[in-house]
Design a protein around this ligand. Structure first.
Ligand code: FE
Length: 213
């Protein structure tokens, strides 16, 4: 997720941590939204509790802090890049991400998705901790279901296999924008400010690659 200024800090060291890929959905006062997260672990079993971490700038996180409840689908290896793009690479502030997606509502009126998911959890939040770029939520699981026997998608398989490779670089061409190598967010413009942080995943300018005209 990030780096500090003291001591050796090789960002690549963080790439060896293992993560899954999850669709996190919530709803508050008639507004529903969902985003893709890569951090969810079971941290207790009596009662059964999960820990998730979400970017504070995300609209889903804003709604989640108010609703206190969510559903989480564990995405599987049949999931497409287009599905992840719909939920992960645009903001629910400007688009209804559920517009062209089939979904159902649980008893808390929170949407959930069964497509491309191997497990589904319905949860309510019991603790939260502000971590700066992210908020960590500890949640009690109200319902857990197996949806398919497909293998869960890992974050590393998403990065290395599912996510399309950028088009061939053309160093002779003029730079028209910069793409976040972590989440795919595109910054329009020739010069990316050195202190720029990705608005979607919070990664720094050093994790961006040029897009040539
Ligand atoms: Fe990003």
């Amino acid at each position: 997720m990030g780096a500090s200024e003291n001591g050796v800090m090789d960002n690549k060291a963080f790439y060896n941590l293992t993560y899954g890929v999850f669709l996190l959905s919530t709803a508050f006062e008639g507004k529903k939204n969902a985003c893709i997260i890569n951090t969810c672990i079971q941290v207790a079993n009596s009662p059964t509790r999960l820990l998730i971490s979400c970017i504070n700038a995300n609209y889903t996180t804003e709604l989640l802090k108010k609703s206190g409840a969510f559903t989480l689908s564990v995405l599987d290896n049949t999931c497409t890049f287009d599905f992840i793009k719909n939920f992960g690479l645009q903001s629910g502030r400007n688009a209804d991400k559920f517009d062209s997606i089939e979904f159902k509502l649980n008893s808390n009126k929170i949407p959930y998705i069964e497509t491309y998911a191997s497990s589904l959890f319905s949860c309510h939040i019991v603790e939260k901790m502000d971590l700066g770029s992210h908020t960590a939520f500890v949640a009690e699981v109200d319902e857990a279901k197996v949806l398919s026997h497909n293998t869960a998608l890992t974050y590393s398989d998403y990065q290395n296999k599912l996510k399309p490779k950028p088009a061939n670089a053309n160093p002779a061409g003029k730079i028209k924008g910069w793409r976040c190598k972590i989440c795919g967010y595109v910054f329009d413009g020739e010069k990316l400010p050195a202190d720029f942080l990705c608005p979607l995943c919070g990664h720094p300018a050093s994790d961006f690659e040029p897009i040539y005209a």
